[in-house]
Structure formats: structure tokens, C-alpha cells
Design a protein around this ligand. Structure first.
Ligand code: ADP
Length: 227
């Protein structure tokens, strides 16, 4: 149990399509992430990756099974408690950066920290440190529209890590970038994940990027299979 950070146990999710059709998107998903482990989730479109990541990130409830972080079952907690856990313990990265357009790179990384009660000066210091780590020290006063796609996504990484989460969930984080930029941006992501020692589950369609992680898992007929 010692170094297990995150666990999905017998996770089930069924969608009703129309009156009669049921789709068992997640049939019996079991997954364990150890401290510092970076795992690639690869599966064809429609296999249930987003569903799994949403449930793992407490954004959606499973029909059965449990989501555990640090050995604690989270899916039965109150909405307020789940929001707090999401803000502090789980970082999210999506295919599109979803940065706030009217704020600078620094401010986008400062805001989630202030929402968690951190002072402006401490949040500013951490934002500057994170942005420097991904090579954006010079660009930190720019708004998202003044940054390239790769730079925007690197700011999104810093925002995801702003509150020092222990788990990072990413849904196609380089899916919107060209091949060369994908690798550069993934280098940044992997370096910062390794540096902070957090565990990560990263959905990707890119086999070369998947191969660079510690292990690859796939979703097949609603269950996890290893490649
Ligand atoms: P992926 O991220 O691997 O592309 P998704 O998790 O988005 O897959 O979707 C898995 C399956 O579940 C798909 O067949 C999709 O159509 C279905 N699905 C997803 N969300 C819903 C929903 N809210 N209602 C009904 N079916 C859904």
C-alpha cells in the first residue's frame, strides 16, 4: 500500500442511449498509480478515455466502484469536499489550454493558488518559478493570445501544477500541436512532472509520446489492458 498514490477499483460506467441501448463504457476498470509513476492511456476514439479521466478527476460519478487518492475513497465525498480535492490534489490538462484570455501567463498560474488561500506574493513567486522551469520566464507577462500554441500549453501545465497536486490527469495534452512542437512540449511536461515527483495518467493518441512514459495501458471493451 505504501507508495500507491492513486487507485481505481472495479470502476463501472454505463450510458443509456435512447430507451433500450446501454453502453458499458467502463465495465470493470482497475488501475494503480505509484508515487512518481507516469502512465500513458492509449485507446481508440470512443473507447472511454475521457469518461475514465472525468471519473478519476471527480468531475463525474461512477455507477460502481471506487476512486482512491492516498488510500482514501473520494467518490462518496460531498461536492464541496470534492471541489477542494480537485483544486489542491489533482491537476488537469486538456487538449485545449483553457487559459483565461484577459490575464497574463503569470496571473493564470497565480489565480488557482489564490482560490486556495495562498497570498498574492507567495503565489506570484511560485508562478514565476514554474514558468521559468518550462522556459517561459521571458514570456510571463504575455496574455494567451500573444503566445504560441506550445507556449500556451506550457502555461496550462504550470497552472495544473500551481497548487502542488499529487496526481496529474491529462487528456491529449499535445493533441492540438504539430509533431515537433508536441515533442518539445512533452519534454517540458515530463521534466516538470519528474521534478515534482507527482504521478500522472496521460491519455494520448501519439504512440511515440506514449512510449516515453513508464508504462502504457489501453482500454479495451471497458477494461484496462496492458500493451
Ligand atoms: P474517448 O475519450 O476514448 O474518445 P469517451 O469517454 O468520450 O471516449 O466516450 C466513450 C463512449 O461513451 C462513446 O461511445 C461515447 O459516445 C459514449 N458517451 C460518452 N459520454 C456520453 C453521454 N453523456 N451519454 C451517452 N453516451 C456517452
Amino acid at each position: 500500500m505504501s507508495n500507491v498514490i492513486f487507485e481505481l477499483r472495479d470502476l463501472r460506467k454505463t450510458y443509456n442511449v435512447g430507451q433500450v441501448n446501454q453502453v458499458d463504457v467502463l465495465a470493470k476498470v482497475n488501475l494503480t498509480l505509484k508515487a512518481g509513476e507516469v502512465v500513458a492511456l492509449t485507446a481508440p476514439s470512443g473507447a472511454g478515455k475521457s469518461t475514465l479521466l472525468h471519473i478519476a478527476g471527480l468531475l463525474d460519478a461512477p455507477d460502481g466502484g471506487d476512486v482512491l487518492l492516498h488510500g482514501e475513497t473520494l467518490n462518496f465525498k460531498s461536492e464541496e469536499r470534492r471541489t477542494k480535492i480537485r483544486r489542491r490534489d489533482i491537476g488537469f490538462i486538456y487538449q485545449f489550454h483553457h487559459l483565461l484570455p484577459e490575464f497574463t501567463a503569470t496571473e493564470n498560474v497565480v489565480l488557482p493558488q489564490m482560490a486556495d488561500g495562498v497570498s498574492w506574493s507567495a503565489a506570484f513567486e511560485r508562478a514565476s518559478m514554474l514558468l521559468s522551469k518550462v522556459g517561459l520566464a521571458e514570456r510571463r507577462n504575455h496574455r494567451p493570445a500573444e503566445l504560441s500554441g506550445g507556449e500556451q500549453q506550457r502555461v496550462a501545465f504550470c497552472r495544473a501544477l500551481a497548487n502542488g497536486p499529487s496526481l496529474l490527469l491529462a487528456d491529449e495534452p499535445t493533441g492540438n500541436l504539430d509533431q515537433a512542437t508536441s515533442h518539445q512540449v512533452f519534454d517540458n511536461l515530463l521534466a516538470i512532472v519528474r521534478d515534482t515527483g507527482l504521478s500522472a495518467l496521460i491519455a494520448t493518441h501519439n504512440p511515440e509520446i506514449a512510449m516515453r512514459m513508464d508504462r502504457i495501458i489501453s482500454l479495451d471493451k471497458g477494461t484496462i489492458s496492458k500493451d
